[in-house]
Structure formats: C-alpha cells, structure tokens
Design a protein around this ligand. Structure first.
Ligand code: GDP
Ligand code: MN
Length: 405
C-alpha cells in the first residue's frame, strides 16, 4: 500500500526527521488560506504540490514554488483543474483532488535517501546518492558510481558507523553531518518499525547557512512510502491512510469480495483458483503466445456470488478479448464454478470467447451444468487439459504485437 506525500511527511515528522511545515487541502480557497497563513507566519516562499501516487510532478508543473498567496491560488487552480501527465501516470493522466501547501526552503544541494526490502540481498538496503532530486533509476543508468549502497544486518539494522560513513560519503560536513546521520538512522528505523517495503526521501536537502544552522539544515521535502500489505494488520494507523481513489478500482472491488486480483496488460482474462495455479496458468498462456489480462485467484472457498463478481470484474476490462477459466477443484467444487459461469452468462453475458477447463471435485456435475447451459453461452468451449485450454483461448483472441526491446 502506498501513501500520499502529506502522509509520508507526517510519518517522517513523527519519527523525528525534520520536515517543513505544511497543510493538506482539497480546494483552491483552502490552499489560498493555508498559503496566507504560512506567509504571515514568516515564510518567504511557499510550495504547492499535487498529492497523487505518481512521481515526476515537478517536471509536469504540479510542484510550484510561489512568492505570494495570489500565486498560490493560481497554482492550486491549475493543479485542481487539470489532469497530471508524467512518465509515471497512465496516458490519460490523473485527476488531482488534494494539494499540499508547504513552507518552501532555499536549497544548496539535493540528495536521495531510501531504505528498502532488497530481495536479492535477503535483507534491507540503504540506498543514497548526492545526485538527488531526479529519479534514482536515471542516476543508476547514467552514473551508477554516484549511488551508495549499504546492505543492512537484518537484526541490527543501520549501525551508527554505517550511518556516519554514508553521510560523509554524501559530502555532509560540520554541523550538517550529525543532522544527516540522524535522518538516515531514523529513516532506517522507521522502515523497520512500519514494515515498509520502501521509504524514500527525494530530495533530502541541505539549506543555506543561517543563524540557527551555521552549516545549513538537513530537511526532507518529498517522500514516497510503500508498505507491506500483509503487515498492515499490525499498523492500524497506517492502514487508515489508505486512499482507495488511488487504487485500481477493479482491484478494490475484488478485495471487497475476498478475491486476489491484479490487473495486467494483456487481452486474456484468467479466472483461476489458487495462486500457484494462477501463476502456472499465466505461464502456459504465455508459452502459447498469449498475454494474460490479469491474475485472479478466486481462492478455495469463494461463494457463487464472489465467482460471479470475479467474472464481472474480468469482463468490465475493455481489453479482455477472451476468458480462460482454469479450476482444479480440491476444496473448491467445480459445480459451483459452473453455476457461476451460468449466472455470469445470464447477468452479464459473454460476448467474448470463453474457454473452460475444470478438473477435480464434482467435475461431472459441473460438466452437466455447462452442457445444459451451452445453448445459452454460444461463445463457450470446454478444454480437456490446461495445454488444450491455453491453445484454444490464444487462438480465439487477437495476437499481441511483438514486443520491442
Ligand atoms: P516530484 O517531482 O514528484 O518528485 O516532486 P518533489 O517534491 O521532489 O519536487 C520536485 C522538485 O521541485 C525538487 O527536486 C526541487 O528541486 C523542487 N522543490 C520542491 N520543493 C521545493 C522547495 O521547498 N524549495 C525549492 N527551492 N525547490 C523545491
Ligand atoms: Mn521527489
């Protein structure tokens, strides 16, 4: 689960990492009021930022530093009135409904700092760079030497000497050094304690010297966090930050019905029981030259209503040109699936080819149900085994264009 920048800033602040003052707003008037408040309490610059689960906002014009409340009003009107297009948004862009109005700071340098679950290393890794502000993938591609990696001990986490070596390696000196060490240490602890898959500050900035901070101040001015969904049950405060508007609507509906659904890019909708069978179904579809439109595991004990809902979700995806049902009835009874197919045909209608492969508990009854209903479901074909099913559904849909590298 991802959270918005304003929520990530709250988590940073509660972990003791310095973050400029800010307010989240949902209207132009509220943005104007928030900016007025910041200017009258001493800010000379304010930044208006679209709150959306996609990066690249700066270049898209959805992060704007302003010098007056009137400018803040204009920037907010633009952001709330236009969809944002960036390399990280879908082609049609994303609507913006929330803004962050924050105290803006002068920047001497922008850094990158993240702690993430590193599957290759089998532990968490701290990744930092003195080339912050831009996407880390770009730094990795153009200047990999500018990235510092510390593979963390799974039990001890980030050690004080590692935090110091990293901060020194990034170029922090004088009174800025202990500030940077403190930020890195707290960030690593936050990642561990919240079961985050990634906590990223980009940019972490150094401000110009001031009376209070003669060597500048180290501040987080943008953050992206992502949490392990399976651990959310023990972080009620974080689970409550979920914004369903930012998620794929089909995935939200599926979750509400106890289905595991992940939308993919292909044209073959798959309805399968069991995550392992779903994975192997996707593999065999690909082996036959097809592209799955989704991963959908209806589970072992899904009701007829949930399975009908699964069909509704698959068929509501306009890219789906064919549906493959692959059920191995262990706990799940095949006749329940067969009844759901009949229900879905009745309630939604199958206009696209449907290939059904059923095996296991109550398969005879299931075949009987489908045989009786087959006149009403003219696009349905049955398959004898998984390879036969994959071959039939791939033949029934248009072929994906060859991938360019
Ligand atoms: P992103 O583009 O979605 O990652 O949004 P960021 O919040 O990282 O902002 C993009 C860029 O805008 C940053 O890298 C900064 O260069 C600039 N920016 C953001 N906030 C401030 C600020 O408070 N002061 C100044 N001077 N620049 C800022
Ligand atoms: Mn950023």
């Amino acid at each position: 689960m991802k959270v918005h920048e304003f929520q990530a800033r709250e988590l940073l602040a509660s972990a003791g990492i310095p973050v400029p003052k800010s307010t989240m707003v949902t209207s132009v008037d509220a943005a104007h009021t928030a900016a007025t408040g910041l200017f009258s309490s001493g800010s000379t610059m304010v930044v208006v930022k679209a709150q959306v689960h996609a990066g690249g906002r700066g270049k898209a014009g959805f992060v704007k530093v302003v010098k007056s409340a009137a400018e803040a009003r204009a920037a907010s009107a633009f952001m709330l009135g236009n969809r944002m297009h960036s390399p990280q948004t879908p082609p049609e862009g994303l609507p913006i409904t929330r803004l962050l109005v924050a105290d803006a700071v002068d920047i001497v340098h922008e850094y990158y700092a993240a702690v993430l679950v590193d599957r290759a290393a089998g532990t968490n890794t701290l990744i930092t760079s003195a080339e912050g502000g831009v996407e880390i993938e770009r730094v990795a591609a153009t200047n990999p030497g500018a990235i510092l990696r510390v593979v963390l001990d799974p039990l001890l986490g980030l050690q004080p000497y590692e935090a110091r070596a990293t901060a020194l390696g990034l170029g922090f000196r004088g009174a800025a050094l202990p500030q940077a060490v403190s930020v890195l240490t707290k960030l690593a602890r936050l990642q561990q304690e919240t079961d985050a898959s990634v906590v990223e500050i980009n940019p972490l900035v150094l401000t110009p010297p001031s009376a209070a901070h003669p060597d500048g101040e180290v501040l987080a001015i943008d953050a992206k966090f992502s949490f392990d969904d399976s651990a959310l049950f023990r972080h009620g405060d974080i689970a409550a930050m979920n914004d369903p508007a930012e998620e794929n609507p089909a995935e939200v509906r599926a979750k509400a019905h106890g289905l595991s659904y992940v939308a993919l890019d292909g044209n073959i909708g798959c309805l399968v029981n069991g995550a392992g069978l779903a994975m192997s179904t996707m593999d065999i579809v690909k082996l036959h030259g097809g592209e799955p439109a989704n991963f959908l595991d209806v589970g072992g004990s899904a009701s007829e209503a949930a399975v009908t809902e699964a069909f509704r979700i698959i068929l509501s995806d306009s890219r789906v040109e064919g549906v493959l049902v692959n059920i191995f009835g262990g706990i799940m009874q095949c006749d329940r699936i067969a009844r759901a197919i009949v229900q879905a045909a009745r309630n939604i209608g199958f206009t696209v080819p449907l290939v059904v492969r059923l095996e296991g508990t109550n398969v005879r009854e299931a075949q009987e149900i489908l045989r009786e209903a087959s006149v009403d479901i003219p696009t349905m074909a049955t398959a004898t085994d998984l390879a036969d099913a994959a071959a039939k559904i791939v033949a029934a849909v248009s072929q994906p264009s060859p991938k360019r590298c």
